[in-house]
Structure formats: structure tokens, C-alpha cells
Design a protein around this ligand. Sequence first.
Ligand code: SF4
Ligand code: SF4
Length: 150
Amino acid sequence: MNCFYEEGLRFTCQSGCHYCCAVEPGFVFLNKEDIVRLSNYLMLSQKEFVLNYCREVPFGSISYISLNEHKNHDCVFLEPTGCSVYPARPVQCATYPFWSTILHDWDSWSKEKRWCPGIDEGKLHTKEEIDKNLHLRQKGQPAVWQEIVN
Ligand code: SF4
Ligand code: SF4
């Protein structure tokens, strides 16, 4: 079946822009692999990492885990030079803007330009690369606060 990005899509994060790591309140949800990778990167136990850098987001009888943000909504890992955990950054960050909500159709992709000046700029990503990102985001198992902290 044809999709609107059969020929690929252009995207390059723009130097000096930190809009999606700051500015507005938001959630950076972590999956189980993110927690392992980030706690190893910071040389902390998983529990230490979660208690120091994350917050609970209640969902029914459990809570999912999102990165903390400062009062101005900067991500806890955002520094003036950029992401301080870049090599271990969460899948949610690493796969942006190739998320199912944004890739729903051409309109949703184009509308994302309101927030992200890197959309339709720079590197051409093939359909295969884009689908790989989509799959990476979808296959992660959400991390559950109570399984790590209690
Ligand atoms: S909004 Fe786009 S250009 Fe700006 S930091 Fe995020 S990905 Fe990069
Ligand atoms: S982890 Fe890094 S890339 Fe992700 S929101 Fe925070 S600063 Fe941005």
C-alpha cells in the first residue's frame, strides 16, 4: 500500500533550536530499555536514576515514567550545549519526528512544521529508515514506576 512518504522525507535538527527539549510542558516517556541504557550511562542503579531524574505519571493502578523537567519546562538533561545524555537519549527523543501521530498523513507531517523547523529540511530519510524508527518506538515496553522503585 502506498503511503505519503514512499519517496522518503527530509528532516535535520536545526543547530541552536531546543524547542522539543524545552519551552512547553510535556512528557518524555521512558521504556524499559531506556531506563537500562540511561542508568548505565549515568552509572546509577535503575532505582537511583528514576528517583533522581524522573517523575511518576499515574495511569490507572500503575504509573508510567517520564523525565523530570525544570520549572521553565526545560528537560532535566538539557544543557546550553544541548542534550547531556545524547548517546543514551530516550527512544522517544531519538525517533522524533518519525512518530505514528506525525506520520499519519501529509497534513499531520506538514503541521508539525509549526513546532519543528527541521521538518522538510536537510537530510532525506528513506522510507525504510522512517519505518525502522516507527518500529523502534512501537516495540518498546513502557517502564512502570512501581516495578523499579518499590
Ligand atoms: S524542534 Fe526540531 S529542530 Fe528544534 S530541537 Fe526539536 S527536532 Fe531539532
Ligand atoms: S533527553 Fe535529551 S533529547 Fe530528550 S528531551 Fe531531554 S534534552 Fe532533549
